[in-house]
Design a protein around this ligand. Sequence first.
Ligand code: FE2
Length: 209
Amino acid sequence: MQKENYSNLVKNYEKKGTILVPFSSSNNPLSDEDFSKLKNYCTNVKKEFIEIGDAGEKNHLLVGRFITDVKKPEIVKNKYSKKVITILKKKKLVNFIKKILKTKKNIFLRRVQFNEIGKNCFVGYHLDIDSNPDYIAACVIQLGSKFKGGIYRVYQKKSKKFYDYAPSKGSLIISNCLYPHEVTKVKAGKRGSLVFFVSYKKGLNKRNS
Ligand SMILES: [Fe+2]
């Protein structure tokens, strides 16, 4: 059992914009049972292909949606969305995220989705606040570990320096949405994760205004 105290996690989040909490860590707020449930819901939810490729390059994501945030957050009608949300709203998880963010404010779930990146695919360099300027942090629960590559790479704001995070089964990444990042090419297998964005605001998505 790895033990890292909160203050180290908070310090690393402030310094590098991202932390990765392994499932084996006593700090990881997800129970075995909730992890299995989330994995099951993500496996069974209906998915769509999203093309994210640069010109001419075959690159896609398989996405299953629970909350969309196009104009505002909307729960997707399927058997699983509410069950996923119930788990993500559990006190232990919410309080953990708030501790890392050093906030006492309420946090709201905005976009919640399952992403699967297949072999030779990746997610290019981007900023999450381009999807919604009110996003504070992206949280990523890794669902499987049968893949190679697919590193979560976070660039620092004032330098070309970056930090790499290799997600493993059940790990939780919390990443500041002001930091540019990418997911490097998956070299083998499929990299499935549940991604959710938290915000202090629950209203309209101000992206287009
Ligand atoms: Fe992102």
